[in-house]
Design a protein around this ligand. Structure first.
Ligand code: BG6
Ligand code: MG
Length: 215
């Protein structure tokens, strides 16, 4: 029986189900260093939930020279190849605490489960984590024109799950992601700190505190 007023839960991936932020940091850091652009952990925080080209644009804004489209694409590709090397070693041990239990609870309650990550590596990461088969629908980020905070990715997930946005619960760790969920007309469950995720309807520290019947 469904103990929830929702019919679907749509999860973000990075920072919610697994913590890939450090791998993104290492890959961007090596690129930025090679270009002589300052980049640190604090800057990396701003890139959470922001897609690859958007992240690169923010990093290159700190460069004294400009890059044309061809150069920019080559830089994004170099970062991604390094990132893929880094995530190559990921396994089920990289699942954040409570992630599998939360997915199981949503499944047991009979709700639909979606994934709305702007990462073009999301399918690979899900396979590495051993949870690819737990989702009814995984958005292909390559088909999404506008990144978070635009609601497009969450609306796409809801549509493909066949559930009205108002009956969807979105789960996000990034400020831009929570904004996207709210702009989609969904209930936003923030993962992190309430003082950061001010737009979220409810904020919990991590999926270990996920209680579907409470929302
Ligand atoms: C998001 C991350 O999930 O995916 C961002 O929070 C990242 O930091 C974005 O830039 C895009 O990832 P990818 O794998 O397509 O480069
Ligand atoms: Mg995230």
């Amino acid at each position: 029986m469904n103990p929830s007023r929702f019919q679907a839960v749509i999860f973000d991936l990075d920072g919610v189900i697994t913590d890939t932020a450090h791998y993104h940091y290492l890959a961007w850091k090596r690129l930025a260093d090679s270009l002589g652009v300052h980049f640190d952990e604090a800057f990396n925080e701003q890139l959470k939930g922001i897609d690859r080209m958007g992240s690169l644009a923010l990093i290159l804004a700190g460069s004294p020279r400009s890059y044309n489209l061809e150069e920019t694409l080559a830089l994004a590709d170099a970062k991604n190849r390094h990132y893929q090397e880094l995530i190559g070693t990921m396994s089920t041990s990289d699942l954040l605490p409570g992630a599998v239990e939360a997915l199981a609870a949503v499944r047991a309650a009979g709700l639909r489960i979606g994934l709305a990550s702007v990462s073009k590596n999301a399918f690979t990461v899900l396979e590495k984590l051993g949870i690819a088969d737990r989702f009814d629908y995984v958005v292909d980020a390559a088909l999404i024109a506008r990144g978070k905070p635009d609601p497009e990715i969450f609306l796409n997930a809801a549509e493909r799950l066949g559930v009205a946005p108002a009956l969807c619960l979105g789960v996000e760790d990034a400020v831009a992601g929570v904004s996207a969920i709210k702009a989609a007309g969904m209930f936003a469950l923030g993962i992190g700190k309430p003082e950061v995720l001010t737009e979220a309807d409810v904020v919990i520290p991590g999926l270990a505190q996920f209680r579907l019947a409470d929302y």
